[in-house]
Write a protein that binds this ligand. Sequence first.
Ligand SMILES: [Cu+2]
Ligand SMILES: [Zn+2]
Length: 195
Amino acid sequence: MKHLKLILLTFVFIASYSCKEAKKESKEVMEDKNVMEKEMIEVVGAKTLNFTLEPKSGSSVKGDVNFSEENGTVTMKATLVGLAPGEHAIHIHEKADCSSADGKSTGGHWNPTFSPHGKWGSTEGYHRGDIGNFTADTDGNASVEFSTDEWCLGCNDETKNLLGKGVIVHEGIDDFITQPTGDAGGRVSCAGIIE
Ligand SMILES: [Cu+2]
Ligand SMILES: [Zn+2]
């Protein structure tokens, strides 16, 4: 009888121990799941960014610009109001700093490949920020769409990473020839690309 009690006690002990282990394991699984969910949200969150374009140089040019990355391609969509009708240049400049009244705090064109200024895709070279020209309608409204696999949002390749750069809309037209600016005139709207 004593022997049987001992066996029973041992059984209870083992049962309660393995139950504790199982609980511990399931808690670990839950924690892993939480970490995975958090990482997934962070990845999705890094793929779409929205910014407000603010007027510069005494203009009333404002709007929204959106960047999204999918399958290695970044698409920029900008909507603008308050422009003079006709053509204007839009570039990515090297800094996200829109603090100065003339927008020059964003620096020059973003040029991480040390190339000449030019038309996007030109065999003679172009800056990674040389988006080009777009046309505003007679009411001064415009929408711009541009896609490329030569940009990324937050990747480790600094020749592609848009984060920390700035969007600049110019008063004039990019001639794709004048170095290193394209002679596009004053900076009338600005947005910093900051996560
Ligand atoms: Cu520019
Ligand atoms: Zn340029």
